[in-house]
Ligand binder design. Sequence first.
Ligand code: FES
Length: 119
Amino acid sequence: MLALFIFIPILRIVPKITYISHDEKKNTVEVPVGLTVMEGALQNNIQGIDADCGGSMACATCHVYVSENWLNKIEKIHDAEQDMLDMAYEPKKNSRLSCQIIVSKDLDGLEVTTPIKQT
Ligand code: FES
């Protein structure tokens, strides 16, 4: 019974994602495991992530820069995502489509920044 009380709080951890605007305003919100970083932004009215295509990798309006210390903790980029990012505004080596980053408990604390053109 004691073990149950110990594990319940662990199961309830909801990752916190910090969205940083181009002018460095931070907005930290809880995003449930299984949603994408883009969906977390939409559900929390984060400015700068429009997601016009709804996550089908056809718009790049969900483009974000992933903080350098998080790059090796998220899934690797695939060719289709890279192709879309090549058409995004000012892509950088840490660019990702937030609709392709699925939130897991390991991403608790993730920080992403939106490009200046996405305001
Ligand atoms: S929402 Fe359109 S590419 Fe991510």
